[in-house]
Design a protein. Structure first.
Length: 409
């Protein structure tokens, strides 16, 4: 590895910033250029729907590094500079302004974008999507005006923004096509807990409904019309109907793409000099024995260190259990592992869900696939150990709070 090598990272979010940090930590002294299409230096996204949206966190806390860090680490930031295409023959990234950045190794951390509503009224003022810091600040302005809020989609972003809106004292209605929030992800038993949580806190849940159109007056949204003809009044409509990986650069470059950029356990793409990490990477997971794409903060935080080592020629493997967390009202939770919808045969509760403190385990043939601890802390390492063991357990002991998790293996 020569000091005159040029490493380029496209995507100036958490994953891109942590990759630059990891490269320097590994001793790489060559050129690092970090390219991002937003004007802001890299920041973390979870606060945008949690503390920052609620006004409990300062703006500066969302950024990955202090402003001076990039100069001190000799990381060149190209912000507000959208990457337009990758020329693999000439080994350059071409930007929208016509300039090009040469690379010896390239890392794609291009993330994801919100899926858009393709219905009448979707372009009205007051219809918002939450992905960027600018989005979060715009939604904060709506909250300050006392808006009636309709949230379309009861996934994690939808429920977190609903909780933030209620914390601001607003009238909130959540609209969801499924019969329960988070039903596909968590299954009926655990999804019902989140439904009850939101209803207890004054959120109106409209489940099993279809959105027909958004209506407005003078260019501003005033409500959501459902397929049954009913109307939900709203001054602000927050849309959270999923995200799609940003794969256009990879597709244009002829890299293998399938629900994200396909990478191996070393986070290497079909081109040995191009790597991918974070939301956009559909990576082979050696423990699970299949490819998965995880749209959560922990992947963006932890995958870049492996990508950096791989870029430097080290035999590094990403085999961490997927992890994410959420805070809604008085419920704090962490989820570890991976349970495909319908690919488990039992949910085991450790503790009483009605108490607000419990752990739920998704199991298959006695093996733990995933665990979610709710208002119970310092257990994620034990849950990871149960998952990684891939051993059939005594499920009655798993459910017993008096049996230490560490004693089950």
């Amino acid at each position: 590895m020569t000091n005159d090598q040029k490493f380029v990272i496209v995507g100036a979010g958490l994953a891109g910033a942590k990759a630059a940090e990891a490269l320097r930590a590994e001793g790489f002294t060559g050129s690092i250029t970090l390219i991002g299409d937003e004007p802001h230096r890299p920041y973390e996204r979870p606060p945008l729907s949690k503390g920052y949206l609620q006004g409990s966190s300062d703006r500066e806390t969302v950024f990955v590094h202090p402003e001076d860090w990039y100069r001190e680490q000799n990381v060149k930031l190209r912000l507000g500079a959208a990457a337009q295409r990758i020329d693999r023959d000439d080994r350059v990234v071409v930007l929208a302004d016509g300039s090009s950045v040469p690379y010896d190794k390239l890392l794609l951390t291009t993330g994801s974008s919100p899926r858009r509503l393709s219905i009448s009224g979707g372009d009205l003022e007051g219809v918002e999507y939450l992905r960027s810091i600018d989005d979060s600040e715009r939604i904060q302005d709506h909250f300050a005006k006392g808006a009636r809020v309709a949230v379309i989609g009861a996934g994690w972003i939808g429920l977190e923004t609903a909780a933030a809106a209620r914390a601001a004292g607003l009238e909130v209605t959540v609209l969801e096509a499924a019969e329960l929030p988070l039903q596909r992800v968590l299954g009926d038993e655990v999804a019902q807990i989140f439904a009850d949580l939101h209803e207890r806190n004054g959120v109106a849940l409209r489940l099993g409904v279809q959105v027909d159109q958004l209506v407005g007056r003078d260019g501003h949204v005033t409500g959501v019309r459902l397929a049954d003809g009913s109307m939900v009044p709203a001054d602000l409509v927050l849309v959270g109907v999923g995200i799609a990986p940003n794969v256009s650069l990879a597709e244009q470059a002829g890299l293998e793409v399938d629900n994200g950029i396909v990478v191996d356990e070393h986070l290497r793409t079909s081109d040995p000099d191009i790597f991918a990490a974070g939301d956009v990477a559909n990576a082979h997971h050696p423990v699970l024995g299949k490819r998965i794409r995880v749209e959560h903060w922990a992947n963006a935080l932890n995958q870049p260190a492996v990508a950096a080592k791989s870029m430097l020629g080290t035999d590094a493997t990403y085999d961490r259990s997927p992890y994410f967390y959420s805070d809604q009202f008085d419920l704090g939770m962490e989820y570890t592992g991976y349970a495909d919808p319908g690919d488990y045969d039992r949910v085991v509760f450790r503790g009483d869900p009605a108490s607000g403190e419990f752990i739920a385990f998704w199991t298959k043939q006695g093996r733990v696939l995933a665990g979610m601890n709710v208002n119970v802390w310092d257990v994620t390492d034990d849950i990871k150990a149960l998952i990684n063991s891939q051993e059939a357990l005594d499920l009655e002991a798993l459910a017993d709070p008096d049996t230490p998790l560490s004693a089950l293996l």
